[in-house]
Ligand binder design. Sequence first.
Ligand code: N2P
Length: 347
Amino acid sequence: MKKSLSLLLALCLCALSLFGCAASPEDSITVYNWEDYIDPEAIDLFEEETGIHVNYVRFTTNEEMYIKLERGGASYDVAFPSDYMIERMIANDMLTPLDHEKLPNLANNAQWLQDPAYDPGCAYSAPYMWGTVGILYNTAVTGGPIDSWGAMWDVKYKKNVLMMDSVRDSLGVTLCYLGYDLNTRDSAQLEAAKQKLLEQKESGVLLAYGVDEIKDKLVGGEAALGLVWSGDAMTSMALNEDLAYCVPKEGSNVWADGMVIPKGSKNVDGAHAFIDFMMRPEIAAMNSEYIGYSTPNTGALEILGEDYLSDPTFNPPQDVLDRCSFFHDVSDAAKLYNDIWIEITAN
Ligand code: N2P
């Protein structure tokens, strides 16, 4: 008995020295996701079931995420870019093709995201959430519904408007307000949008640029209007009954975020396991409910039920979707967008 115990101990020690005590890359993955964009419980459940440890790192905008990945250095196993950024990452050969054999739950996604224009056949990305961009506003201040981007320039809301510190979102909605395409590469149109955004600052209507804090400020009554993504509107409206959301009549952006495996991933199998886990109906429903964003997962939608399906913020009616368009990678014009953005947000 004693002998076999010591033999077992020796075997264990041997195994430890072979594989090392620290977690090997096969035991962990690094996930790079937006702020406030997952139920932490979903990560715990994944870790418990698979034994794979998740290093969870957050970003605020697509551009921040892109620069981090482009610079290299750190390696990420799963990232969550939006449509136009997926397009750019595919074009720049930054993504690992997905092995659909390892993603049986991909079939749960709605038809309209089975073959998205930004990634035909979902070759590099698995849909995660989708939504619109609009205005979250305090009806106690506005006194009623609003329906135009013009409200965000209205001097009656002086020091009361929050814009998004996100180049495509803020420029995109301003282009819509001016009647231009939100994917324009026309420098005169972009210049007009820049002037419009500068005017919003100079007139004193703009309170600040921000991203994730916009929803908290609206909930706390510290601003009257904010540019937000629909899921943040959902969670905010649940916390403050004076808040409402609109997708203005001049049009806006509809977007979809996907899960991708950046080149340089050290655990491609673990990454596939994580992506597939997030597409299980019950996990997708859990995430969607927690973060307020719309899941494209048909099984999850069944679980969430009529309350969600009938909510126009969560599930926008066709007339709203008809006036929204997807962002596309503006390729050569990306530098112009960024230069304009630096000028607008400087001081
Ligand atoms: C949530 C981030 C939402 C991503 N904070 C919008 N594409």
